[in-house]
Design a protein around this ligand. Structure first.
Ligand code: NAI
Length: 251
């Protein structure tokens, strides 16, 4: 893919799952990567993997819901590699399930803080640094729960719909300044998040059955799209809500 070699990318939630797969794809295309996550042990393992591939990577412990952490994450990228070109704001949590009237308020607050405020704080810190580097691209992770509703998951669904709106607003604000902002909405992807959900309610078989392609997506299938949306190959794409779900929301 054009325009990734030697660039600098931040990937949040890169300790496991989709973020780790995206970080690998960035390195394969020649980018240097800042791995940002609350999970230190797996984050350092991600960096080891990226370095074993011959890449350059740095871990920075980051809670995306904390403004100071997010600012420090961007400063780490600029201090370590001299610039910031791309960010994949991908960290997220599923939260607890249950009907809205029974959802504990602290579950609502945590899910919104991580999934929605986390992306907002990311944009605020990343955009000035990317502008300073002469432009670039940001990709956010929403979900199919960002374009259709799912029962028992109101905080998650609300947070992910919010990420789609935030992406569109930011895309409009910076389209004339060389910063493209897009959002990926994955369907059901084979990651630790889905393993946890499966253990909690055993619904993964149902999710596979409800997916027209009849399988889980692979994290690499989302990572590929994230890197493409940062690359020069997608130079006229901004504000796009890219659903990657084996056909789920087309039904
Ligand atoms: P995952 O649980 O493997 O990865 C999420 C990562 O985010 C973990 O490394 C976790 O430590 C990190 N994280 C959690 N809270 C954080 C915080 N406050 N600050 C920084 N990092 C934090 O799950 P997966 O599937 O890779 O999730 C990545 C994104 O994809 C999430 O935003 C999720 O909502 C979204 N998604 C996942 C789907 C799936 O089926 N796996 C479907 C649709 C969306």
């Amino acid at each position: 893919m054009d325009g990734i070699d030697n660039a600098v990318a931040i990937v949040t939630g890169a300790s496991t799952g989709i973020g780790r797969a995206a970080a690998s794809r960035f390195v394969e295309e020649g980018a240097r990567v800042v791995v940002a996550d609350v999970n230190v042990e797996d984050g350092e393992e991600t960096v080891d993997e990226l370095e074993a591939m011959g890449g350059e990577a740095t871990f920075v412990e980051t809670d995306v819901s904390e403004r100071a952490d997010v600012q420090a994450m961007v400063e780490t990228a600029v201090d370590t590699y001299g610039r910031l070109d791309f960010a994949f704001n991908n960290a997220g949590i599923e939260g607890a399930s249950g009907p809205a009237s029974e959802q504990p308020l602290d579950n609502w607050e945590r899910v919104i803080d991580v999934n929605l405020k986390g992306v907002f704080l990311g944009l605020r810190a990343e955009i000035p640094a990317i502008l300073e580097s002469g432009g670039g691209a940001i990709v956010n992770t929403s979900s199919i729960a960002g374009v259709v509703g799912f029962p028992e998951l109101s905080p998650y669904v609300a947070s992910k719909h919010g990420v789609v709106g935030l992406t569109r607003a930011a895309a409009l604000e910076y389209s004339g300044e060389g910063v493209r902002v897009n959002v990926i909405c994955p369907g059901v992807i084979d990651t630790p998040m889905v393993e946890r959900s499966s253990e909690a309610d055993g619904n993964v078989e149902q999710a596979i059955a409800a997916t027209p392609m009849g399988r889980l997506g692979e994290p690499e299938e989302i990572g590929d799209a994230a890197v493409w949306l940062c690359s020069a190959d997608s130079s006229f794409v901004t504000g796009e809500t890219m659903v990657i779900d084996g056909g789920y929301v087309s039904q």
